[in-house]
Write a protein that binds this ligand. Sequence first.
Ligand SMILES: [Ca+2]
Ligand SMILES: [Ca+2]
Length: 191
Amino acid sequence: MSALSKSVLAAGLLGLAVAAQATPTVTVVANTAGVTNALAAADAFVPANSTPWQTTSAWWTGNAETITFQLDQAYFLSSAVITADWNDVYRFSASTDGVNFTQLFTVTGLADQPVNANVTFGQVTMPVSFAPTALAYSYIRVQAIAGDGSNAIGEVSFSGVAAPVPEPGTLAFMAAGVGILGFVARRRRRG
Ligand SMILES: [Ca+2]
Ligand SMILES: [Ca+2]
């Protein structure tokens, strides 16, 4: 293989090989009618611990409401940071298509707040870790499933590995590399 074809192929492959941990950009794309201030759940402002539940948060009453988030692309997720009202249980589900959701994790301030947070009122920020997902997800949905019926999400963020999305330039690089290999092989056969 010539030095040129090697370098062209390597440049193409490099574009696919990078798989670093990333933090998706999260936007609120839908919420049920009973949710107040839904956009506050992903506006990049994290309420301090013990901030009252209806302050700088998305909030609702009862366990029927949902907020749906979209990530900037598909990710194999492995952790999250959730700010939520401290005395409820929140279920986070994930979806590849925004239609079918499967449970990713549940989180509750009563059990999951950091040991030195000592929050017994209002919102609390909780780091959540879980096994890396087998599927790359683009949508997340949150629902309160237990607690005192007064629910709030102050902020959510997630972390994971972006699913490879080859860019047109990368594909052209790889095609050029493969083309040069074929050219070299044909020349060798002829020679
Ligand atoms: Ca917020
Ligand atoms: Ca509550």
